[in-house]
Design a protein around this ligand. Structure first.
Ligand code: PLP
Length: 361
């Protein structure tokens, strides 16, 4: 068996430990004679899985008691509507920072339900930086303030969180969830599509402060009301059972194999430094993001020559480095190096890039 190094932005690599454990338990989950895929979500065996999953997430992310954890479907994209439907309920206004496609889509969705204001945007330079925020532009009456913490497509990350005072900070952290410690108490809602760093596709994790639950507007579809999911422990309908199980295994890996988020952060910083240091001295490749806005997870780079980019992506694929093609709006390449990408994968990529640069000088 030979596994490739997969630099996909998502769905992305899972830790081998997780895949092996899932394989071991595939036909007979802990003596139950069934796969987790086949289990009733109401069974006591499954109840134990989802309960343990939430407990582990609470422990690893240090989630305060006044926050609820929801395991939902619909992807991060469904949250774009769910957030305004549940939160745009006092002034009907919300502030948005536009740092890329995902923030833009969230903003467009919110405009359907109320007044969404753009506080700042980095669209002028293809989202290659995080804009400086001017707090005097923040609306004190806003029902929430929205950011996308790590911008998967453009490879930027907020170097610091905005201080929004009493206005709840709502954050999409799909592509940096569990990559480093985060102070959950700073947020009203923190949510992620799980297929980047938490699990396989199919699961959306929402962490929501209690006082924000229960204010959905009347026309809100039942399935889009946070309160319904809180009251039913994410079991109003069938939850994404297998993705929740894989999430539990990822959390076990983070806790027992990695040793928690502080360690994960160090490992991620080390991996990102390998690639950024190489890019900073390379004569062929260069990073596309301003230094103080760089992401640890998604690293876009270009040669400046489309034909050369194509050649690189093709040769890299042959050498076992897949999904390095950049997003169509940036061009070039992008290496997504989430938690599950081993340091060996990044070292091997850098060695391959060095060789390619020599051969194409
Ligand atoms: C991938 C991604 C999304 C979209 O997630 P879906 O689960 O496919 O809806 C939204 N936001 C960010 C930051 C992402 O990386």
């Amino acid at each position: 068996m030979s596994r490739v190094y997969n630099f996909s932005a998502g769905p992305s690599m899972l830790p081998e430990w997780v895949l092996k454990k899932a394989a071991e338990e595939m036909l007979d989950y802990q003596g139950t004679g069934q796969s987790v895929m086949e289990m009733s979500h109401r069974s006591k065996e499954y109840e134990a899985i989802i309960t343990e999953c939430e407990a582990l997430l609470r422990e690893i992310l240090n989630i305060p008691d006044n926050y609820k954890v929801l395991f939902l479907q619909g992807g991060a994209s469904t949250q774009f509507a769910m957030i305004p439907l549940n939160l745009m309920n006092k002034s009907g206004k919300a502030d948005y920072v536009i740092t890329g496609q995902w923030a833009k889509k969230a903003y467009a969705e919110a405009q359907k339900y109320g007044t969404a204001n753009v506080v700042a945007s980095s669209a002028d330079k293809t989202f290659s930086y995080i804009p400086k925020l001017d707090p005097s532009k923040f609306d004190k009456e806003a029902d929430y303030f929205y950011i996308c913490l790590n911008n998967t497509i453009y490879g930027t990350k907020f170097p610091e969180l905005p201080d929004t005072g009493n206005v709840p900070l709502v954050c999409d952290f799909s592509s940096c969830a569990l990559s480093e410690p985060i102070d959950v108490s700073k947020f009203g809602i923190l949510y992620a599509g799980a297929q980047k760093n938490m699990s396989c596709a199919g699961l959306t994790v929402v962490i929501i402060r209690e006082d924000l639950v229960g204010h959905a507007r009347d026309m809100t579809p039942t399935m889009l009301d946070y309160k319904i999911h809180v009251e039913n422990g994410s079991m109003y309908n069938t939850p994404p059972t297998y993705a929740i199980y894989i999430h539990k295994l990822v959390l076990e890996w983070l806790k027992n194999e990695i040793g928690g988020l502080e360690n994960m952060k160090k490992i991620n910083e080390g991996k990102a430094a390998l690639l950024y240091d190489f890019l900073d001295q390379s004569k062929l490749f260069k990073g596309t993001v301003e230094k103080d806005s760089r992401s640890l997870m998604n690293i876009p780079f270009v040669t400046g020559d489309e034909e050369m980019d194509k050649k690189f992506v093709a040769e890299a694929k042959k050498a076992g480095f897949i999904n390095l093609k950049g997003h169509r709006t940036v061009g070039g390449m992008r290496a997504s190096i989430y938690n599950a990408m081993p340091v060996e994968g990044v070292k091997a990529l850098v060695a391959f890039m060095e060789k390619f640069e020599k051969e194409n000088a």
